[in-house]
Design a protein around this ligand. Structure first.
Ligand code: GUN
Length: 300
């Protein structure tokens, strides 16, 4: 392997430390404790794991965590009523509704009922519009984490060619907007892109967010490029024993690491940054709500 490893786990720990410092100052100087409300509807096992982890880390940095677990058959009206209550609650600075929601609930309607200034996921249509026009907004956590790592590694991103592979609302599109805001030349590649391999090969920065295990291989990567792998895919690993699995990214790690200048591993790359950025967004939302200076280095 020739690429430098970008250690997301260690980076996330430094972000959490910064957040904890700001939380302590908010408490000491202003008597304010930031609060994050997480709403989980139903019992999707992966969502339960995420929500537990979010709650634990929220408390670890000194913030208040409010968990609302609702039955899978909760009506839309009841969910909207809870969100309305949280919107009006001054002790709640951030609201996150865990996705996916059960099929009978309209995700867009639910997300857009969150007060935009408390939308720590950055999914509300107002925040999407603000980011798209380069204005101050709440920024989706995973792309924010990728941006922080890229800025840390490169300093300025100005003038770099960036290719984002994947066009989801949660990662691909906001990532492209963030890179554009940092003056990259940005291409969004996707399943219909012609000669996607050649498109990627022009990139100084590749952000892979397609959800296809090990799709991007070393021969797609320009020598020295930076590869940010957002994918978390579980695949069979018969070499580890019958029925065993392992986690891989959207990039084939070994071959990409032979060519790239720097690369994030899976696990331990982008993944840990997502919750760290959720905590960062909650502190940012709390500061904005109280007309206080925002923490530096924790926003886009
Ligand atoms: N489900 C998987 N990832 C996320 C996320 O970042 N935010 C929310 N709300 N739900 C998710």
């Amino acid at each position: 392997m020739t690429a430098k490893l970008i250690d997301g786990k260690a980076f996330a720990a430094t972000v959490r430390e910064k957040v904890a410092g700001h939380v302590a100052r908010l408490k000491e100087d202003h008597g304010i404790t930031p609060g994050l409300a997480v709403v989980l509807v139903g019992e999707d096992p992966a969502s339960q794991v995420y929500v537990r982890s979010k709650g634990k880390q929220t408390v670890e940095v000194g913030m208040n965590s409010y968990e609302h677990k609702l039955e899978a058959d909760t009506s839309e009206a009841d969910l909207l009523a809870l969100i309305d209550k949280l919107n009006k609650d001054d002790s709640v600075h951030g609201i996150l509704v865990q996705l996916p929601l059960p099929g009978h609930l309209n995700e867009d309607l639910v997300i857009n009922s969150i007060a935009p200034e408390k939308d720590v996921d950055g999914f509300h249509i107002s925040n999407v519009g603000l980011l798209g026009t380069g204005q101050k907004s709440m920024v989706p956590c995973t792309p924010l984490g990728c941006l922080m790592m890229l800025r840390d590694y490169h300093g300025s991103l100005s003038g770099m060619n960036a290719v984002v592979v994947g066009r989801s609302n949660i990662v691909g599109k906001p990532m492209a907007n963030l890179l554009l805001k940092d003056s990259c030349t940005v291409t969004i590649a996707h399943s219909r892109t012609k000669d996607i391999e050649a498109v990627c090969k022009q990139a100084d920065i590749v952000v892979a967010a397609v959800g296809r295990p090990e799709m991007i291989t070393g021969d797609w990567i320009k020598p020295g490029a930076t590869v940010i792998d957002v994918g978390i895919n579980r695949i069979d690993a018969p070499e580890k024993g019958e029925g065993k699995t392992r986690l891989v990214g959207d990039c084939h790690f070994d071959s990409c690491a032979e060519v790239a200048g720097a690369i994030t591993p899976v696990p331990g790359g982008v993944g840990p940054m997502t919750i760290a950025c959720l905590l960062a967004n909650t502190v940012t939302a709390c500061c904005r709500a109280n007309n206080l200076n925002e923490p530096e280095g924790l926003t886009a």
